[in-house]
Design a protein. Structure first.
Length: 511
């Protein structure tokens, strides 16, 4: 199939979180299964021309916006061998240091930037002549694409027979903006109703994507079930309920070519399930890098995370305080985020010198060293659509302690020291007490060397690979594509719809 994968971030070009990892790994896994996949994303300032071999393709790209038209360029990179990446370049919108914010607050023109991107992605497909069978959209930043596809582009034969898929990586971020920006979309004002794009009198990008896409997916089965409830659906629970017949949970995978202690270039010693000794050297290197005592016996716990309320990092800091007082525990944090939470960790560092290390910032290499050097990985999220670090941790023999929510609940199996089964620890209620007790229990297990070795082995054996996940996406694509090819606006089968035209060259003569 021909798949256009639209996203606001993809590794290694631009990454703020798990979406970037998925936006690399899933297209590559699909391409390896024989599909023709293109990634379409904005060209941010950080996407270096030289490093990624960007070259302009085609002429200027006209993108209708508001009362007029903006001009952009489409650049191509072949940096990922299996998947060409098309970047939409517009300096005013994307030539900035941040993706969505300046490090403190969200950019004031995010509505305009991503309306432009949604429209630009469809225009770029036409301009490059890549006729998609599936347009796969990811999170709110691409939420208007399914809306455009079913409205302004409905009669456009270029897209005839193509289907859209909307994947929700995190429903906590919906792209909600004041109604005054709506005119920029050029969509019919009649769509701005409570049954459509309006959301408490504002416009909601994600809601648009959910309502108009041919299929909706999210990144774990448990999160799919949770989204239909008010606690997790964030005022869109009724919309998730409404689309439930075309809503699927497909759990993310891990790119084991990048996350593997046997070959990881970022760690000082390699190790495997059979020969785990190298982990000790990684542990020491991590203690040194984080400026804490090189203590070979203290259990070393840590997190690599956006330091946000969603991730439960506030409760973690509170639970760590008595734990550090009661136990010979060490803790290291790699992350950036909300200052009020970071302050609590800074306070721990002050109270427990030599036992708490903080690296405030983003560092890919250090994140690998953390996975390899830690004994325990802490992930007490309030909600977690899928979560990747718990799975990365397992591969490195680092035992996750997670809250039983979303993908964390789907992937972590509670350790049972009688049957010796399980790959981690989990707890239900996010309270300081529950977290304290679970970490304390895990520390007890850590000191029981033989069963700890077995637990590490179990974790290292766990596999959730993209090649399996890609098969699930493929089945879903085939089903929605078949349905789209036999549908007209009255739901009447229309088998012959548009395939011959779609095959013709689409490249417009360039001015
Ligand atoms: P989310 O997408 O909600 O932030 P995930 O667990 O799905 O959470 O994915 C987070 C990804 O971002 C992981 O690959 C993680 O290692 C990475 N990450 C998060 N914060 C940092 C950081 N400060 N430095 C390096 N990598 C980070």
């Amino acid at each position: 199939m021909k798949i256009a994968f639209t996203t606001s971030e993809a590794y290694p070009f631009a990454k703020t979180g798990g979406l970037a990892d998925v936006s690399n790994a899933l297209p590559v896994a699909l391409a390896r299964r024989g599909h023709d996949v293109r990634i379409i994303m904005p060209r941010y300032y950080m996407v270096d021309r030289e490093r990624y071999g960007l070259r302009v393709i085609g002429g200027p790209l006209g993108v209708p916006l508001g009362g007029g038209e903006k001009w952009a360029a489409v650049l191509e990179s072949r940096h990922i061998p299996e998947v060409p990446v098309y970047f939409i370049e517009h300096d005013l919108y994307f030539g900035r240091d941040g993706l969505y914010d300046d490090g403190h607050s969200a950019y004031a023109d995010n509505a305009e930037r991503f309306i432009f991107f949604c429209r630009g992605a469809l225009q770029a497909l036409k301009d490059t002549g890549f006729v998609p069978d599936i347009i796969h959209c990811n999170d709110w930043q691409t939420g208007l694409i399914p809306v455009y596809h079913k409205t302004l582009y409905k009669e456009d034969r270029f897209f005839g027979g193509s289907a859209t898929v909307m994947t929700v990586h995190n429903a906590g971020y919906q792209g909600v903006f004041p109604a005054e920006h709506y005119h920029l979309t050029q969509l019919d004002p009649g769509l701005f109703t409570d049954d459509g794009l309006a959301f408490f009198n504002q416009m909601n990008f994600l809601k648009g994507g959910l309502l108009y896409a041919d299929a909706v997916t999210t990144v774990s089965r448990k999160y799919a079930a949770e989204l239909g409830t008010p606690e997790f659906g964030y005022d869109l629970a009724d919309v998730f309920q409404k689309v439930k017949d075309r809503f699927h949970g497909i759990t993310n995978g891990v790119d084991y070519s990048k996350w593997n202690p046997e070959s990881d270039p970022f760690i000082p010693a390699r190790y495997s399930r059979e020969k785990i000794d190298g982990k000790r050297a990684c542990r020491e290197a991590l203690q040194q890098r984080m400026g804490i005592e090189i203590d070979p016996t203290a259990p070393l716990a840590g997190s690599i995370s956006r330091v946000t309320y969603q991730k439960g990092m506030d409760v973690l800091a509170d639970a760590l305080r008595p734990l550090l007082a009661d136990e010979n525990l060490q803790f290291v944090l790699l992350g950036q985020g909300e200052e009020w939470i970071l302050d609590r960790f800074r306070e721990l560092k002050r109270l427990f010198p030599g036992r708490v290390g903080i690296f405030r910032g983003y560092d890919e290499g250090l994140s690998h060293l953390m996975e390899a050097g830690l004994d325990l990985y802490l992930m007490p999220s309030r909600y977690e659509p899928c979560g990747l670090n718990q799975m990365y941790s397992m591969r490195y023999g680092t035992i996750p302690i997670v809250r039983a929510t979303g993908g964390l609940d789907d992937t972590v199996l509670e350790w049972d020291d009688k049957s010796l089964r399980g790959n981690g620890f989990k707890f239900a209620e996010l309270t300081e007490k529950a977290l304290y007790e679970k970490i304390r229990y895990a520390i007890r297990c850590f000191y029981t060397t033989r069963s700890w070795k077995k637990l590490q082995k179990n974790a290292m054996e766990f596999r959730y690979s993209w090649s399996d996940t890609a098969v699930e996406y493929e089945k879903m694509y085939e089903a929605v594509y078949a349905a789209a090819a036999t549908r007209d606006e009255h739901g009447v089968p229309e088998k012959s719809r548009s395939r011959p035209d779609r095959a013709k060259g689409r490249r417009k003569p360039k001015p």
